[in-house]
Ligand binder design. Structure first.
Ligand SMILES: [Mg+2]
Length: 344
């Protein structure tokens, strides 16, 4: 529901938030991002999206909750906004879809919608939008609608709509024995940055502004939208997924959906600087792409400026054998999917 519509209905019962002003701010800022794919953005009962023939729509939704996916006392609001959109864009990237429009629903405690009155005049919400809209601008995806409500808990729900040539979306289910496995970028950087962040909070009680660049892999992950679209254009991949939960879990998803098994070469993994092998294997939220390609396909070293590394292969699934095997000089061992801990 576009912001103006949701507010029209609530105007009489709840003006404490100054909702109209908030909506005006949202609307003004979102409108700057409007572009060809969105015929009508915020301001009517629905957004209108121009569909192109020969394409199908890819739609994904992601919920971020304070205390679980982010912490108000740890994460700068800009980073929460960035991460909210990055998670949705990364899902589009995993399908090879071109982003068309984003829809944002926010539930916020009143104090987060008010200017703090201290050094910065901006409210938490305004800074959240700074981060979200900056990333939206980088990917030319307009904010085309959403909803806003007062809530005891800060909640951000993002819906991303993308488009992909019909029948060409990258699925988790297309990997075949013999395929090579690749990842974009480096792995474990987000988990390593989060460890550093936790340590800083333990020692100093908060995140120092000057340390934010070092925490960027966690605070400002870059969804691999251009790389996913490249793979679709070149028909280079048989299957893909984005690494949101960690390699050990997400590779398991590809194996499950494709009915195959996989081997990962420990020495081939592009471990991020400052990260451990364990973080590269099990750390979540790197938002790199993991994909499979036929063995004859020759891939460049980098796609759209991001390095691509061959990390293993797809093999036939055998009863009683592990689904994913880690191969290292020490031998072969099953790579168990290990859970990704959110903030508790
Ligand atoms: Mg995903």
């Amino acid at each position: 529901m576009p912001y103006s519509q949701s507010v029209r209905g609530k105007r009489k019962t709840n003006t404490r938030l100054g909702e109209l002003d908030l909506v005006r701010e949202l609307r003004a800022r979102a409108a700057r991002g409007t572009r060809a794919g969105v015929r009508l953005g915020i301001g009517d009962d629905c957004a209108l999206i121009a569909a192109r023939s020969g394409e199908e729509l890819a739609v994904t939704t992601d919920l971020s909750i304070a205390g679980r996916h982010f912490r108000l006392d740890w994460h700068p609001p800009e980073a929460v906004g960035h991460r909210t959109l990055a998670r949705g864009l990364s899902d589009l990237a995993a399908m090879g879809a071109r982003p068309v429009a984003a829809f944002l629903s926010l539930g916020l405690p009143t104090e987060l919608t008010r200017a703090s009155g201290h050094k910065s005049a901006s409210s938490w919400m305004s800074r959240f939008l700074d981060g979200l809209l900056r990333l939206a601008g980088e990917h030319s995806v307009p904010l085309a609608g959403g909803d806003l409500a007062q809530s005891p808990l800060a909640v951000a729900d993002i819906v991303l709509m993308g488009a992909v040539p019909r029948g060409r979306a990258l699925l988790r289910s297309g990997a075949r024995p013999g395929d090579a496995l690749y990842v974009t970028g480096t792995l474990g950087g987000a988990a390593a940055a989060m460890e550093r962040m936790k340590m800083q909070v333990r020692e100093a009680g908060r995140i120092a502004k000057k340390s934010e660049p070092a925490l960027a892999p966690h605070l400002y992950p870059q969804p691999r939208v251009a790389q996913g679209m490249w793979l679709v254009r070149r028909r280079a991949a048989t299957a893909a997924i984005d690494l949101s939960d960690g390699l050990s879990i997400d590779l398991g998803h590809i194996c499950e959906e494709s009915g195959v098994a996989a081997e990962v070469d420990a020495l081939a993994l592009p471990v991020a600087a400052g990260a451990t092998l364990d973080q590269a294997l099990h750390g979540g939220e790197d938002y790199e792409l993991l994909f499979a390609a036929r063995p004859a396909v020759r891939l460049p070293r980098a796609i759209a400026g991001v390095r691509v590394t061959r990390i293993g292969r797809v093999v036939r699934r055998r009863k009683g054998k592990p689904t994913v095997t880690l191969v290292s000089p020490q031998g072969r061992q099953p790579l168990e999917p290990r859970g990704w801990e959110h903030f508790k």
